[in-house]
Design a protein around this ligand. Structure first.
Ligand SMILES: [Zn+2]
Length: 145
């Protein structure tokens, strides 16, 4: 009955299954779209692109500070660590869902999901403050630039 050469350990009831952690998104063949020579690139206007499909999401000139910092590190309720950077605009994002304050990382701000318009990657969250300000917290390692 030994049909599989690797049957050993495959029948442990799945106890070790949760230990298998996928290293973060080494999705093959993502094109390295660094700024082409000759393109207008002051640091201020550097494009920020979706790492998955290279769609233009925002640019460095929209980088903003929220609660005193451009970048923040948070855990979501599932214990996953996110490093996010704040932008005052992200035209390349589709923002979906009803804003909620549940588990919000920024007190007084509600949030909803932001996806890449082109490839639908989850790139981060749109936050809406009580004062009516909108900003985006985008996941650093899902962006290029
Ligand atoms: Zn994309």
């Amino acid at each position: 009955m030994a049909e599989s050469p690797v049957s050993r350990g495959a029948d442990d009831g799945g106890a070790s299954y949760h230990l298998l952690r996928r290293p973060r998104g080494e999705k093959s063949g993502a094109p390295e779209q660094r700024s082409a020579p000759g393109e207008a690139t002051s640091e201020e206007q550097a494009p920020v692109r979706c790492r998955q499909c290279s769609a233009l999401i925002t640019s460095r000139e929209h980088a903003t500070e929220v609660a005193g910092s451009h970048q923040h590190t948070f855990f979501n309720p599932a214990g996953i660590l996110f490093e996010i950077a704040c932008f005052s605009a992200a035209d390349g994002c589709d923002n979906e869902g009803l804003p909620t304050t549940q588990f919000t990382w920024f007190p007084g701000c509600s949030w909803r999901f932001s996806f890449c318009r082109e490839c639908r990657s989850h790139l981060g969250w749109q936050f809406l403050s009580e004062a009516g300000t909108t900003f985006w917290g985008l996941i650093v390692d899902r962006l290029d630039g």
